[in-house]
Design a protein around this ligand. Structure first.
Ligand code: MN3
Length: 201
């Protein structure tokens, strides 16, 4: 079954003024769609055609199939990124996630600083992540399409720091984009769901 471009989990103007409808028109409508279309072209008629997206990502990584890995991983990364944000996001985590954030980073403000630093210092294109790694929460960054799935980690949240993610709204000010993500957009409910799934397994 070919992969499909998932709908955004909110209206494309729902995260304005931080992320504009225009950004979503390009980022979801053009960039994300292109990754879906390219991945589908690369799996058509191959043994990958019947695999899940995660299976394709792992296989392409193992096989060193860079074109397929990049496109399939970017399909996954973008879907995960849309859910990592919500209208009226931000605020603070609660419950077990809040306890784990405090334990791992010393507090919410320290987490936000570490996450922002990861995003700002990712040279060129990539992603900042909150992950579960061997039972511990960590902030990481990856280049280009790389993702926690192939590093034995479970992703809890991500922010896209490719220029196409923020240039229309923030121009070159990547730190301001990351600050807006952390203060107004971050979806702690999604992170808590991902943590619950990972720790129940
Ligand atoms: Mn992107």
């Amino acid at each position: 079954m070919p992969f499909e471009l998932p709908e955004l989990p909110y209206a494309k103007d729902a995260l304005a003024p931080h992320i504009s409808a225009m950004t979503f028109e390009f980022h979801h409508g053009k960039h994300h769609r292109a990754y879906v279309d390219n991945a589908n072209k690369l799996i058509e008629g191959t043994p990958h055609a019947d695999k899940t997206l995660e299976e394709v990502i792992r296989a392409a990584h193992t096989d060193g199939n860079t074109a397929l890995f990049n496109n399939a991983a970017q399909v996954w990364n973008h879907t995960f990124f849309w859910h990592s944000m919500k209208p009226n996001g931000g605020g603070a985590p609660t419950g077990e996630l809040a306890e784990r954030i405090n334990h791992a980073f010393g507090g919410l403000e320290q987490f936000k600083e570490a996450f922002k630093q990861a995003g700002v210092t990712q040279f060129g294109s990539g992603w900042a992540w909150l992950v579960l790694d061997n039972g511990d929460l960590k902030v990481t960054k990856t280049a280009n399409a790389d993702l926690p799935l192939v590093h034995g980690q479970t992703a809890l949240l991500t922010c896209d720091v490719w220029e196409h993610a923020y240039y229309l709204d923030f121009q070159n000010r990547r730190p301001d984009f990351l600050q807006a993500y952390l203060d107004y957009l971050i979806n702690w409910d999604f992170a808590a769901e991902n943590l619950a799934k990972a720790t129940a397994a």
